[in-house]
Design a protein around this ligand. Structure first.
Ligand SMILES: C[S@@+](CC[C@H](N)C(=O)[O-])C[C@H]1O[C@@H](n2cnc3c(N)ncnc32)[C@H](O)[C@@H]1O
Length: 291
């Protein structure tokens, strides 16, 4: 029909009606553009947190439509970098799950003692607070010097903060309670020096940590590990992407190795879940029992 514009058969069902459906199409186009331009693939991230992140980023960037945001992000790498901070939700704390850390102390440390050296992978480490928590634990158990912690994240900006190991002092002081609840052997203050309003973790802790970029969507396994910690990352992934990440973790663990997840995460989408054993009821720590 000359002069009239119609939508394709398949798309019509989705596009007609609410602006929300159209917005979903715009978000999908945005994600395609980001992948083609920068190589970051968010297409399998859960839609509602993703939509919230896009809205937050649009407010930050002062643009009113997803299409305008797409134009900005594709032409401005700094905008892309800022978006990573929003989409990855970088909220983190030290000793975030004290019961999990306590269980690591009770159940995993004895296993690590039996090896001459051990490798630990913390995937999605954000600004590093969780990494220093584990380094403190290993040091108190006398295992730090024979351990290597590989701490990875998608976002270079967060890794840069993590490498410094320096955080606002008032915030670090508030972590002492969770440190004690996780079975800390002294005071958290034993592990950092105060400089002005900052707490800087001792360089002895940093010597055993390797920070590097790794994307759970696209990158593969890079070692075999005695312990993998991936907390509060899988919640942002759809089932297919959770499955990919779980496969990667399973393939990267030694037999008898441990996988620690966040409180709201599970093995639901893990194809090898029958090969894991939960170490303690109510704690998301699992031991790989078979190859
Ligand atoms: C909420 S933080 C969790 C930080 C820490 N693990 C914790 O539990 O406190 C989520 C982190 O996952 C990272 N992330 C998101 N997608 C990722 C991906 N595809 N690969 C690696 N890291 C990713 C984000 O950059 C962010 O630092």
């Amino acid at each position: 029909m000359a002069g009239s514009v119609t939508r394709s058969e398949g798309a019509a069902l989705r596009l007609e009606g609410t602006g929300t459906e159209l917005e979903e199409v715009e978000i999908r186009l945005l994600l395609d553009g980001i992948r083609l331009c920068y190589g970051y693939d968010f297409r399998e991230y859960a839609l509602s947190p993703l939509r919230r992140a896009v809205m937050t980023a649009m407010t930050q960037e002062k643009v009113r439509t997803v299409s305008a945001f797409q134009d900005r992000i594709l032409h401005d790498a700094a905008c892309m970098q800022r978006f990573l901070g929003v989409v990855g939700v970088n909220v983190t704390t030290m000793f975030r799950d004290p019961e999990l850390v306590h269980t690591l102390r009770d159940e995993v440390i004895p296993l690590l003692r039996t090896y001459p050296s051990s490798r630990i992978w913390i995937a999605g480490c954000a600004t590093g607070e969780e990494v220093y928590s584990l380094a403190v634990l290993l040091q108190e158990e006398g295992l730090l010097t024979r351990s290597t912690i590989y701490a990875t994240d998608l976002n270079e900006d967060m890794l840069a903060v993590a490498r410094l190991g320096s955080y606002p002092l008032d915030r670090v002081r508030r972590y002492d309670e969770s440190y004690q609840a996780s079975g800390g052997r002294g005071s958290l203050a034993d592990h950092y020096s105060v400089a002005g309003r900052s707490a800087r973790f001792h360089s002895a802790l940093q010597h055993s940590i390797v920070f590097s970029r790794h994307n759970l969507v696209t990158d593969g396994s890079f070692n075999d590990f005695h312990l993998i910690v991936c907390a509060n990352v899988l919640i942002y992934f759809r089932s297919s992407l959770q499955e990919r990440a779980h496969r990667l973790f399973y393939d990267s663990l030694i037999r008898g190795g441990y996988l620690a997840l966040g409180k709201r995460e599970s093995l639901l989408y893990c194809p090898d879940r029958d090969h894991y054993q939960q170490v303690r009821e109510g704690v998301n720590l699992f031991r790989k029992m078979r190859w």
